[in-house]
Design a protein around this ligand. Sequence first.
Ligand code: C2E
Ligand code: MG
Ligand code: MG
Length: 590
Amino acid sequence: MHWKWGVLLTHKEKAEQLLQQQYHCSQALFGAFAEEIGLDLKTAFKISACFGGGMRQGGICGCITAAMLVIGMATGFYDSQDRELELYVNKKTDEFIKRFTKQMGGNVNCRDILGMDISEPTGMATIRKEGLILKKCPKALDISIDILEDMLKEHIKYITESNISLEDIPKDEDMKSLLKGIGMLRHFRRNVNNLLYSSSKETAFIQFDIRKFKIVNDLYGEKFGDEILDFITGQLSGICNDRQFFINLRSDVFMIVTEYDSEEELISFIHELDSRISYYRDVRLQMSYGVYTVEDRKMEMRQMEDRAAMARKAAKNNVLKNILFYKEQFKDSLYNRKFIEENMQAAIAERQFMMYLQPKYSIAKNEIIGAEALVRWRHPGRGMIYPDQFIPVIEENGFIKKVDYYIWEEACHFIRQCIDESINTCPVSVNVSRIHLRDNECIEMLSGMIEESGIPKELLELEITETADNQQISLKALQLKEEGFTLLMDDFGSGYSSLNILLETPFDVIKLDKKFIENMMVSKKGRLLLEQVVSMAGKLNLGLLAEGVETKDQIELLQSIGCDQVQGYYYAKPMPKEEFFELLKQQKAL
Ligand code: C2E
Ligand code: MG
Ligand code: MG
């Protein structure tokens, strides 16, 4: 029989059609999703038959088996060597069973639902022939499909690689296009697989993305951003021959697999591509290319893709080169990410995060005028882990919120302690991750903590780092300002610096980044710029503090141009709160 679905059929309608054709419910449910996952129905049924017999939980509703298959297929069930994937699918299956069981009120056994014994083949035949599953248990079908659609949407996070940030995941995207994406990826992998098996030449995985694509989107609008992606896709179609395959993995990330004879040939292919896509209209686009050259063709393809991805990420962080070849040590960063994700919950529960305090000084008075709270993670097995190693990861998965709340609370307690013990207390600034700027929770949390600890609001200062999205900062900063908080602009001069933000946003203090201070030492221009910023800050009535000050020369120079407040190793490194407490005590005694 030839199958063709009407375009407008929902998953449920497709499943119902199959059930009416007397297919087994696992086949029906699986079949409803098959096409979009990139399988024809015949293959889907074959797989379904293989797995159908081995129901995971004896006697449990066949819909569940089917559901597992759908999830399994979408995740690439056959990557049997991929232990991580196996665990993932198992986890998803458990999650499905749990949700399904709950929604069915615990009633998931076919015998209970249908009142028929399915252990006998005749029983099963009757169920199918009489369409019992449709008549007696439409609920199971509805529920299965709902949960599956939901889970597959979540799954897109996984399939589009692990480093995707939550904000990048399309929220209202049509299910169909998500599944189409999975289907395209499967198609791409099939082609690559054939290439790997048939080619006598070398093979390379090239992954690339656009540096600061977010800024391009911000500046020119998302529509323009989409045009750029279409343009790149067009150029790739032009440059790739029938033994070179490419895919747009997500957003601005593309991957090409090509065969080649020599490394020169490979590099010149990338240069040729780069020259074609480095401008769209008048906008200069800078790409980061990560290359993995295949050594062992028997390696899992996902692993090859991962390696190209690791090289791309390294290329993104490299200011000198935009093409990097995979090196073994890139793997460390992946392990690091995994370690953090697996250990972060326990770290909060077991209070492994600690607040360190770094004093801020007045050069003229030579005394402490404040402190910055900085998180440290003391892991029982791994020792001290520094923020640069874990903050980028937990900012991506949103866990930073919990860590920040913890540090903010610690800072409030510390201030409370100083007040209680009549120590000459000073303001403590805490870092506010950009993740907080998306909703109002942080304002409630901060106000709650201030109220609970009963400290004056001006003693808890907030450091916000400038990012690509200044509008978002401005909006939230205005709200925080209205609530009466003191705002410090962190890392000024390190990245996206825009002077506009100083006009648009009511910051009280600018913290000059370490790099900015270093530049002033080595170049005349740097010094001139710094002088301008100092004078501008004065005119705008803004406080100024120089970060990362390490040498006496720097101190003298800063003083000579009128910047009095500093923070850096020259005076003190970040220290445990007890140590800082003693320091404050001593200062009082002087
Ligand atoms: P930041 O807020 O700009 O903090 C200043 C960083 O510079 C700190 O690094 C500090 O130890 C370091 N530093 C201070 N003086 C010197 C110096 O003289 N020389 C050098 N080389 N470094 C100096 P740390 O503690 O490793 O933190 C790095 C970044 O991680 C922070 O930069 C901040 O963006 C983030 N961070 C730290 N703690 C937290 C936190 O609790 N929450 C959030 N959201 N971010 C945090
Ligand atoms: Mg800071
Ligand atoms: Mg800073």
